[in-house]
Design a protein around this ligand. Structure first.
Ligand code: ATP
Length: 191
């Protein structure tokens, strides 16, 4: 269970969130919808611990108020692509895995596994700079899944991905929902 309790966020010139309360049950997939500027990305960043200054509380059943623990159990896929273009796909995955403490054989095997899940097995050794926008987005999502997070937060994950390739994003999520008790939180793309 993940609970957002009366969370507010004031930026310098705008109030992005005003006392938002929500509860997410384990094993469920939630979509956050709303008009531009409603505060969806801000809410996701707060839950993912990317924004740490806010009012209110985020409580997870794993432990209350422990920011670093929440970060370690959360995979966050930002709206922007965050990849090193000059490096191969596999190295990008391994870099993110290392940030979360994976190493050695476990790191190597997990990177191969994630690469397969996102449908890019044949591109592991290719530099990201030659990837299409959709391939980059799939890799971006893969990076956030390297440490097997309990909570996966995706901000508009299907932007730039053709309908035929969307299953590379949604199938692994369906699979995780069936096999493990995960939260998935995402901001769907309109249209
Ligand atoms: N870093 C920031 N500094 C100042 N204001 C910000 C910042 N990030 C967001 N805002 C403001 O906070 C409000 C909510 O923005 P946010 O990006 O969370 O909305 P959103 O619902 O995700 O929008 P969109 O659908 O366009 O992606 C907007 O008024 C925005 O201008």
């Amino acid at each position: 269970m993940l609970s957002v309790q009366e969370v507010s966020k004031q930026y310098k010139n705008s109030r992005a969130l005003n006392s938002v309360s929500l509860t997410f049950d384990k094993g469920k997939c939630f979509g956050i919808v709303g008009p531009n500027g409603a505060g969806k990305s801000t809410l996701m960043k707060i839950i993912a611990n990317v924004i740490q200054e806010y009012d209110g509380e985020i409580i997870s059943s794993d432990r209350t108020g422990n920011h670093s623990l929440r970060k370690s159990i959360t995979g966050y896929v930002p709206q922007e692509i965050c990849l090193e273009e000059k490096l191969p796909a596999l190295v990008n995955l391994q870099f993110y895995g290392q940030l979360y403490g994976l190493k050695g054989r476990e790191l190597h095997e997990r990177a191969q596994e994630v690469l397969r899940d996102i449908g890019l097995t044949d591109y592991g050794k290719e530099k990201v700079s030659i990837f299409s926008g959709g391939m980059k987005r799939r890799l971006n999502i893969g990076c956030a899944r390297m440490h097997n997070p309990h909570i996966v937060i995706m901000d508009e994950p299907t932007v730039g991905i053709d309908p035929q390739s969307r299953h590379h994003i949604f199938n692994p999520i369906d699979q995780l929902k069936k096999t493990r008790t995960y939260h998935h939180l995402y901001q769907p793309q309109y249209g």
